[in-house]
Ligand binder design. Structure first.
Ligand code: ATP
Ligand code: MG
Ligand code: MG
Ligand code: MG
Length: 439
């Protein structure tokens, strides 16, 4: 992509309305524009990151054996009357009436709709286990939408629902989700800690939230410092294996880690004092097991091998896809801007032309641009007629992991400069070696 032809409306001034760094940087880097309170347009740069995050979420769900589909954002109130949640959900639900005076709502979550899909088609235990998920916009009329996309009113969520014959099978689905979430966050370069949580309006017994530690997080968290040493890494996992998934759950949840909602000071005090941590965190996901809470009232049953009929055991599992973009920036930035982890960067590398209009420099940049593109590296080439300082500032702000700087002086010696955004370290290399390095 050539910056001269792109749409990257960066802001010079720090927007006054933004209270936290990720919101400020997303506005300044031209990633989002507020459309109304808690409601954002994703401008091209932000959209690229959102799509990268979404793709990682998809890939890890499919790897775990979960099946994607897509449900609409608008739902009929009748389904929610069946579960009893239409009245219970409260003012966070955006209620709409259509021209025929039918009560509709913009879905804040999809337990009812997925249960309706399930009961319409599935009758036999032979069709279980089944986990369906989608990545779709949600609406919650938050009392205080704030922090940009971190607490929006319209936001993108991955929500998945498992259907199983027994509690044991449903707990395996729960564990499978826990493992897939650990992998998902790690692939984005984020550490998200599973913490025992409270079930809130979705209801249920077993639930964990995943929290990214950050000073600007809205939840107070209490944990044993040992938990931050745990990494899932690139270990192999067989998602079909009950034992393997259970072992990961035990490994990642055996140390104390709770949010303020479930915090137990007496238990916390049993941890050696040097390991006790009180901090703040951003909730980037949550998993629930809730048994037959929806299947029973909504009649989602299956025939068992013995011929009886039983309601299925269910759980729901969410990832805050759009919130993750903010959380990623909270965890990866410095005073000059964003520092994207490689897995989610909008472009893998940038090219800065120090002397736009100089024949040789332009030609060298074009060759680099072509070679990187051919290698599938999608460079963002700053080919604007701007001062070097302004180009560097833009690159630092938008945070691409690698910058290639091309100027007449280096070219005289046959080199370009390769700079890491994270470490700031630079190296002079022949252009073809720089391309090889980035592959
Ligand atoms: P919170 O406690 O932050 O209000 P929640 O517990 O109500 O979130 P869930 O119902 O667990 O949210 O939804 C799954 C995920 O969706 C959350 O873990 C979070 O990452 C994301 N999410 C929830 N509400 C919002 C929001 N208003 N804006 C952006 N993301 C959100
Ligand atoms: Mg909420
Ligand atoms: Mg919550
Ligand atoms: Mg939650």
């Amino acid at each position: 992509m050539r910056l001269s032809r792109y749409f990257l409306p960066v802001l010079k001034e720090t927007p006054a309305e933004a209270q936290i760094v990720s919101h400020r940087l997303m506005l300044r880097a031209g990633m989002i524009k507020q459309a109304s309170a808690g409601n954002y347009s994703w401008l091209p740069l932000g959209y690229r990151v959102l799509k990268k995050v979404e793709r990682i979420v998809h890939e890890e769900q499919v790897r775990a054996g979960h099946i994607p589909l897509l449900m609409p954002t608008l739902q009929s109130a009748d389904l929610w009357r069946e579960s009893g949640r239409y009245d219970a959900y409260g003012p966070e639900m955006l209620r709409i009436r259509d021209r025929h005076d039918r009560d509709m709502l913009y879905g804040p979550t999809n337990e009812e709709m997925i249960t309706d899909i399930f009961r319409s088609y599935v009758n036999s235990y032979r069709d279980l286990p089944l986990t369906l998920y989608h990545i779709q916009w949600k609406f919650r009329d938050e009392v205080r939408p704030r922090f940009g996309v971190m607490r929006g009113r319209e936001f993108l969520m991955k929500d998945g629902y498992n259907f199983d014959l027994s509690k044991e099978a449903a707990l395996h689905a729960y564990n499978r989700h826990l493992v897939s979430y650990l992998r998902t966050y790690e692939r984005m370069g984020l550490q998200a800690i599973p913490m025992r949580a409270d079930s809130g309006p979705i209801g249920g017994d077993d639930t964990h939230e995943f929290l990214v530690l950050a000073e600007t997080g809205e939840s107070e968290v209490f944990y044993d410092s040992e938990i931050t040493d745990l990494k899932f890494g690139d270990r192999e996992i067989d998602y079909g294996s009950v034992e393997q998934c259970q072992a990961v759950l035990e490994e990642f949840t055996s140390r104390y880690a709770r949010t303020d909602e479930t915090h137990d000071p007496a238990l916390f005090d049993q941890i050696p004092e040097a390991r006790r941590r009180v901090a703040r965190g951003i909730e980037v996901g949550q998993i629930f097991y809730f048994g037959t809470k929806y299947s029973e009232p909504m009649g989602a049953t299956v025939q068992t091998a013995e011929g009886g009929k039983v309601p299925v055991h269910m759980g729901s599992h969410g990832i805050g896809v759009s919130r993750l973009v903010g959380a990623l920036i909270e965890a990866n930035h410095d005073e000059n801007g964003i520092i994207w982890p490689e897995g989610v960067t909008p472009f893998p590398c940038g090219i800065v032309n120090l002397r736009q209009g100089d024949g040789e420099t332009d030609a060298a940049c074009e060759r680099l641009y072509a070679a990187l593109t051919k290698a599938g590296l999608e460079p963002l080439y700053d080919d604007r007629d701007e001062r070097a300082g302004a180009k560097f500032a833009t690159m630092d702000l938008i945070g691409l992991p690698w910058r290639l700087t091309v100027g007449p002086r280096g070219l005289k010696n046959g080199v370009v400069e390769l700079t890491s955004r994270r470490s700031g370290a630079s190296e002079e290399l022949a252009p073809e070696d720089a391309v090889a390095r980035l592959q």
